[in-house]
Ligand binder design. Structure first.
Ligand code: IFM
Length: 465
């Protein structure tokens, strides 16, 4: 039996735009994801978060599921446009009231709320004023954070400023595959800096209230391997690591942008005049923990002469013999361990929460009304073993959140990809806990993992949970 520490926090995670729906209710303003998903051709089959999992109206039922699962921690996000419909000004009391009730209900069930302030749903009104590439957005974020600290600060147990700033900067502003759909490297670079700056401003704002509540940021980190051990591939894997990982870790923990990545970015975009004196001190204001989202590693090779590549590298598809999820993402618990060990070695010691980890499976409901997802159980078990290994190697791992509690709106993939341990039948909004839910609830109940638990869950069958 692999036992986790007695105070290890077991949790599940969601995000506002992915589950809430009710986009026009109680004064909520438009977000960049409303605009993006309603733009034809940008999201799978035109799906939107208009209804999503209807969590806004089914919040109680979903908290009941969390309680049955046995979590000690629930990571969710507050929708900035629900609180400040235009991103600034007077807070909308009905928006605050929704989260107020949610937090109270969680606490009544003994579940610690971990609140992410920004999980990508920037108010569209702020986007219209320049969005994350504009410095002003960082200042507005700090104000929004203050509103939330004041409203919920007496009960929230962990604050998270941003979820995965790399995704917003790179996928939203360079590749344009996520909201706001911009394809401009300079905009992406500016966005990354202002996201980081706003994180630091929010940390300062929380400290200024005298609060002792821990605050951190969530990064999606990739273990990056060179495709071969050729000098060129090794060099480009290192450069790619700078782009995805060190560009965020170094300013947060060392108050400096990595020199090699800065040089590369300046070669590509020319200017970094948006970094002002003192910004890096603000960004690196000490935080209490780092949230890590881990799914999959990256394999990188040097681009061949004449091959299209903005930076000089190409991200390879997983090797033909590598295990992948139904979403095609390579499964590598070893890479997960490497990410955690590397953080400890190069940036630690630091308290870490795994704030997301999970797998896409092509789940279906069987004739008996059950959803059996052995591939997800295996994925989770393997990654829990990896997390346990990291703990044994000295990583200060405080908790683990499965992504996700519910199947939900998977951004540009709409509802076509399922990550939940609870199946959502979107036409009826019926929730069906999957066999992975049963597995995770056993893990949480005993505070660890034994081979027979996994084997039993894989055989499953049995009545619906
Ligand atoms: O669904 C997302 C989540 O919003 C952020 N992290 C990755 C998940 C899976 O793609």
């Amino acid at each position: 039996m692999l036992r986790f520490p007695h105070d290890f926090l077991w949790g599940a995670a969601t995000a506002a735009y992915q589950i809430e729906g009710a986009v026009d209710e109680d004064g909520r303003g438009e977000s960049v994801w409303d605009r993006f998903s309603h733009t034809p051709g940008l999201v799978h089959e035109g799906h939107t978060g208009d209804i999503a999992c209807d969590h806004y109206h089914r919040c109680e039922e979903d908290i009941e599921l969390l309680a049955r699962l046995g979590v000690g921690l629930y990571r969710f996000s507050t929708a900035w446009p629900r609180i400040l419909p235009t991103g600034q000004g007077v807070p909308e009391p009905r928006g605050i009231a929704f989260y107020d009730r949610l937090v109270d209900r969680l606490l009544a069930k003994g579940i610690a709320p971990m609140v992410t302030l920004d999980h990508w749903d920037l108010p569209q009104a702020l986007q219209d004023r320049g969005g994350w590439p504009a410095r002003d957005t960082a200042l507005r974020f700090a104000e929004y954070a203050q509103v939330m600290f004041q409203a919920l600060g007496d009960r929230v147990r962990y604050w998270v400023t941003h979820n995965e700033p790399w995704m917003v900067a790179a996928i939203g502003h360079r590749l344009g595959l996520h909201a706001p759909g911009i394809r401009d490297f300079q905009a992406s670079l500016r966005a990354s800096h202002h996201l980081l700056l706003s994180h630091g401003l929010a940390v300062q704002a929380l400290r200024a209230t005298g609060s002792q509540t821990p605050i951190g940021i969530v990064l999606n980190l990739f273990h990056t391997d060179p495709a071969t051990d050729s000098e060129a591939d090794v060099e480009q894997a290192m450069a790619s690591d700078g782009y995805t990982n060190r560009w965020y870790l170094d300013p947060l923990f060392r108050a400096v942008y990595p020199a090699d990545t800065s040089a590369l970015f300046q070669r590509v975009s020319g200017v970094m005049d948006f970094v002002r004196r003192g910004d890096l001190d603000t960004i690196s204001a000490p935080m209490d923990f780092l949230g890590v989202n881990y799914y999959s590693p990256r394999i990188v090779r040097a681009a061949a002469p004449g091959e299209a590549s903005e930076f000089g590298w190409v991200v390879e598809k997983p090797p033909a013999d590598a295990p992948v999820t139904d979403g095609g993402w390579q499964i590598s618990p070893e890479a997960f361990t490497s990410v955690l060990l590397r953080l400890n070695r190069e940036y630690g010691p630091l308290p870490i929460f795994v704030t997301e980890n999970g797998a896409i499976c092509d789940d279906t409901v069987d004739d008996a009304g059950r959803v059996h997802d052995p591939a997800r159980i295996s994925y989770l078990a393997a990654h829990l073993r990896a997390a346990h290994g990291a703990l044994g190697a000295g990583v200060d791992l405080r908790g683990y959140c499965v992504w996700s509690l519910l199947d939900n709106f998977e951004w540009a993939d709409g509802f076509s990809k399922r990550f939940g341990i609870v199946y959502v039948d979107y036409p009826t909004q019926r929730r069906i806990p999957k066999s992975s839910f049963r597995f995770m609830s056993r893990v949480m109940a005993v505070g660890g993992l034994a081979t027979e638990m996994e084997e039993q869950a894989l055989r499953l069958a049995g009545p619906p949970v």
